[in-house]
Design a protein around this ligand. Sequence first.
Ligand SMILES: Nc1ncnc2c1ncn2[C@@H]1O[C@H](COP(=O)(O)OP(=O)(O)OP(=O)(O)O)[C@@H](O)[C@H]1O
Length: 472
Amino acid sequence: MNTHKKFINVEDEPITTRPRKVLVLGCDTLGYDVDEALGNAQWHIKYAHNQQEASTIIGNGDEYFTSIYILKNTDSQLLDDLQELIVMHPEVAWLAVVDPLSIQVERIRRFVHQYFFAFLTLPLDPIKTQHLLEAAREMTLLSALSPSKFRNEYRNQDMGMVGNSPVMQRLYQSIYRIAQVDAPVLITGESGTGKELVARAIHEQSPRRHGPFNAINCGALPPGLIQSELFGHEKGAFTGAGQRKFGIIESTSGGTLFLDEIGDLPLDMQVNLLRFLENHHVFRLGSLKETKVDVRVLAASHVNLEEAIKLDKFREDLYHRLNVLQLTPPPLRERSEDIEEIANFFFKKYRTEKASKVKGFSRESLLLMRQYAWPGNIRELINRIRRAMVMCDQRLIRPEDLGLERRQRSSRSQVTLEQARDLAEESAIRASLARNKYQVQHSACELDVSRATLYRLIEKHGIDRQLEKNAQ
Ligand SMILES: Nc1ncnc2c1ncn2[C@@H]1O[C@H](COP(=O)(O)OP(=O)(O)OP(=O)(O)O)[C@@H](O)[C@H]1O
């Protein structure tokens, strides 16, 4: 989702001349009331038939910053869906249109109070409707004046993640918004991209942060024990069940449960999990009564669950239930601008493990790290750095310490001009040093730079004169 699109460029046009657009969502049959109420006013009305359609229209950046929701049905699933839509689009001001009876219902009253800018009752009073719409529009225009404040809310430190590239900024923003609602989330993406970290960040940013966060790898559970691990058992439920045991779902009460590798959950357990997601009750094995548990479920999979559905390995109904909201941390190769920051972060983290004379990465290492495809993503990066810190016997970590051969440079068809200059510079210095028996003064003369500059460049490229001289 590109949030930048949604901010109005206020320098282009004065606020008052912005088009008046309103998005109407909810009960179709009452749409005509809105039409009538806004009949002669200069509002461009668009209708969305469901939450998804509304989200697409808003996401398109078409400036539907003012929306009306016609609240007729008290179905709780509908309110949950609407809550998500509202939370995911804080740039939109929502007006509720309610019939006088519904507004007497406690749940509806609380909901309207919490999530709407204002409410109107049916039948609509045209003057009041236009007045409130205008006020809502002005509020959204005011918040559009300070987009940077809005964007700065999402910081990597808050998320416990490293990386500030635009894709990560968008991920942080989605995490923050998703954290505010209680629906299940499906976290997909390649292995080692940080799916578990994303789950933790959702928990930490959510109102559940003071409750427990429990993670379980569905693929690592012995099949015979899964039922009891997830749902618990009563004393004597099976041979060896010496006493009552709470399952992980119950132990996570008030918090967030992260089900990693959900695709590995056996089909019979998928049925039980679906039941839990629908009614929030658990049945301990051997128990006759259900227990209500308040847990938010986040699930992750690195296998394609849609493919697993086709192969009858994953239930489609469970997939749709889990996939209310989806997040996909990007693979490392799609955010190579973050690599230096991540590498330095982990270098500092592991340097404290033992005193080391290694001071950092050579320029060439950093260059090759940016060019490498990282099939194992951040996990692979961490492992290579840890290995390099053990193997390195120089001040700076070289490509060979990381196991990144120089030939990878040629496997990439694209090299930036800056990278090409860097490589040419390094190669000229190495050649000159070799010609001059590693005498810096002579090489500096030959290359027409000062000795101080050459020392700086030697350091920058991680050239170890002593080692290279001995190798000659
Ligand atoms: N943005 C990030 N910043 C810092 N560390 C990260 C980031 N993303 C991932 N990591 C680290 O990378 C390692 C792998 O992350 P994680 O286990 O969350 O990946 P995953 O996608 O769940 O992998 P898998 O699919 O194999 O379970 C962890 O050590 C994690 O701390």
